[in-house]
Design a protein around this ligand. Structure first.
Ligand SMILES: O=C(CO)[C@H](O)[C@H](O)COP(=O)(O)O
Ligand SMILES: [Fe+2]
Length: 219
């Protein structure tokens, strides 16, 4: 089942309540929350405080994408603010296996993200325990960048492994996705589609989300 996870990074932070109420009028079930520390990536976004303040206003699944160094230090904060899925970067921690177990011990879904330069092979021993794998199709840090086509092969390989081994992880793609290029990610195997600028900078947010779901119906 294909789903869209609009990335709040490209929203107008003054208008978040209004944007969330617009999303409520669509089929969207997820909201993607990009946390950046100015260290793992060259940008600073928001933290658990903002996420916590949104929680009372929406039932959307909070898909938290941690682009922070040493994510193990902050797991409790991202559990307590209301995240449903907590995804960290393989490149950001020395002990990814124990971090996955820690996230799951709180009853949350655990994901790992790969930078464009990281290989899916580095993840192989972790895949059976993961709820989600996030393939970055831009260098993390900013919205509005161009999709890196070489990442399609990584998505395809993750789909093959998932099918062969009967694993449960959701394959998520993040970065440079537009309604005009999303089909190539879908056809490679992406199931959860992050889109930031294309959704929140659209002339009509609801129409743009509906456009994605019309495409999803074709698969
Ligand atoms: O993780 C991210 C950037 O690091 C964002 O989720 C991503 O860039 C979404 O924005 P856009 O769809 O505009 O590329
Ligand atoms: Fe993201």
């Amino acid at each position: 089942m294909l789903e869209l996870a609009p990335s709040l990074l490209s929203a107008n932070f003054y208008n978040l309540k209004e944007d969330l109420s617009k999303l409520k009028k669509t089929d969207v079930k997820y909201i993607h929350l990009d946390v950046m520390d100015g260290n793992f990536v060259p940008n600073i976004s928001f933290g658990p405080g903002l996420i916590k303040s949104l929680r009372p206003y929406t039932d959307l699944i909070f898909d938290t994408h941690l682009m922070i160094e040493n994510p193990e230090k902050y797991v409790e904060d991202f559990v307590n603010c209301g995240s449903d899925i907590i995804t960290f970067h393989l490149e950001a921690t020395k002990h990814p296996h124990s971090l996955v177990q820690k996230i799951k011990s709180y009853g949350k879904k655990a994901g790992i993200s790969l930078n464009p330069s990281s290989l899916e092979q580095d993840l192989v021993y972790l895949l059976e325990d993961l709820d989600l794998v996030l393939v970055m199709s831009v260098n993390p840090g900013f919205g509005g960048q161009k999709f890196i086509d070489s990442q399609l092969n990584k998505i395809e390989n993750l789909r093959k492994i998932k099918e062969e081994k009967n694993y449960n992880y959701i394959i998520e793609v993040d970065g440079g996705i537009k309604s005009t290029n999303v089909t190539k990610a879908i056809e490679s195997g992406a199931e959860l589609i992050v889109s930031g600028s294309d959704v929140f900078k659209a002339e009509d947010l609801i129409d743009r989300v509906n456009e994605y779901y019309d495409i999803f119906k074709r698969y």
